[in-house]
Design a protein around this ligand. Structure first.
Ligand code: NAP
Length: 318
């Protein structure tokens, strides 16, 4: 494998990059940094290494006649033009399952942090305000109603955790899951109307763009809290800011944003919003597992074996 040329299209996790440097000839973002050098090696590139946030366009693929596979470090791959890849016979792989626990943990953490005002509580003690009196009372989590928008691998891991908090769980998805005991609502609006906390954990991309809009937020209501660990594109950010400013909903916990890493000043100023810099899978153990899986897919492909985790669009139907 040591003579195979791979193009990385983003700054990769060290856990993925180390495997690539050891086993392949890695051209790190050469298309961005040195277009004339890139033009010379482009005909030799057989693989693209990407992250969950990377854009891999049809135009880029068209410059790579020898391209065989795109291995994404991340479960979301909404930036990859899978239609173009499929049309070319290019395999696309991702890293599902190994990050379910971490993302579900973060969803619960954001829910608890937003409800119990943990960042404000931390500042309250550190800034010496406690001797002047107690903090305002917060919002209860245990025993309340959780609505999950997107009941896939991570949504189900969130449901498991919520049940341990004595929460009732309901969900929406593209279709109801007969194997799950939780009530299904056909739309995010109907689900929001029956939820105290609404957690969003769908893929990004055209199919879910602004799925959470002003109408859904109005249905969630003035005691409701929105948690987004999916993609920034899934929530209408302007509508969310408006709803938070007007008290249409009570608060939010957000790991992802429309134009990250840029976060609107309005969100950064709000005391009833808890923010995180897209850290859903960001633990050492999980990033290692993702790096191993992203590399494992490339290794299998170039050894002539089936890849481990193709995206559904590229999976061979059995
Ligand atoms: P998954 O197993 O494919 O589950 C996705 C769920 O979303 C499915 O239940 C699907 O419905 C539902 N869905 C898709 N389109 C929908 C729509 N238009 N309306 C309502 N529901 C819809 O994916 P996963 O592994 O759980 O990952 C979900 C997403 O989490 C990823 O794609 C990524 O965007 C995000 N993520 C974020 C982080 C982070 O760092 N914050 C980390 C990892 C993943 P059906 O079941 O009916 O098809």
């Amino acid at each position: 494998m040591s003579s195979i040329d791979v193009l990385s299209v983003t700054k990769l996790s060290p856990f993925y990059e180390a495997h690539l440097r050891e086993h392949f000839v890695l051209h790190d973002r050469l298309h961005d940094t040195d277009p004339s050098a890139f033009a010379k090696i482009a005909p030799r590139i057989r693989a693209i290494a990407a992250s969950g946030e990377s854009k891999v366009s049809a135009e880029l693929m068209a410059q790579l006649p020898a391209l065989e596979i795109i291995s994404v470090f991340g479960v979301g791959y909404d930036g990859v033009d899978t239609q173009a890849a499929k049309a070319r016979g290019v395999m696309v792989t991702h890293t599902p399952n190994v990050l379910n626990d971490d993302v579900a943990d973060l969803a619960m953490g954001l829910m608890l942090a937003a409800a119990r005002q943990l960042p404000a509580a931390d500042r309250y003690v550190k800034e010496g305000k406690w001797p002047n009196g107690p903090m305002p009372l917060a919002r209860k989590v245990s025993g309340t109603r959780l609505g999950i928008v997107g009941m896939g691998r991570i949504g189900q891991a969130i449901a498991q955790r919520a049940l341990a908090f004595g929460m009732s769980v309901a969900y929406t998805a593209r279709s109801a899951k007969a194997e799950l005991p939780h009530p299904f609502y056909a739309t995010p609006r109907d689900l929001a109307a029956h939820s105290d906390y609404l957690v969003v954990i769908t893929p990004g991309g055209a199919g879910t763009r602004k799925l959470i809009n002003a109408e859904v937020l109005a249905a969630l209501g003035k005691n409701g809290v929105l948690i987004n660990v999916a993609r920034g594109s899934v929530v209408d950010e302007a509508a969310l800011i408006d709803a938070l400013q007007k008290g249409v909903i009570a608060g939010a916990g957000l790991d992802v944003f429309e134009s990250e890493p840029n976060v609107p000043e309005a969100l950064r100023q709000m005391p009833h919003v808890v923010l995180a810099p897209h850290i859903g899978s960001a633990t050492t153990a999980t990033r290692q597992a993702m790096g191993d899986l992203a590399f494992g897919n490339l290794k299998n492909h170039f050894a002539g074996q089936a890849v481990i985790t193709p995206v559904p669009e590229c999976a061979v139907k059995g």
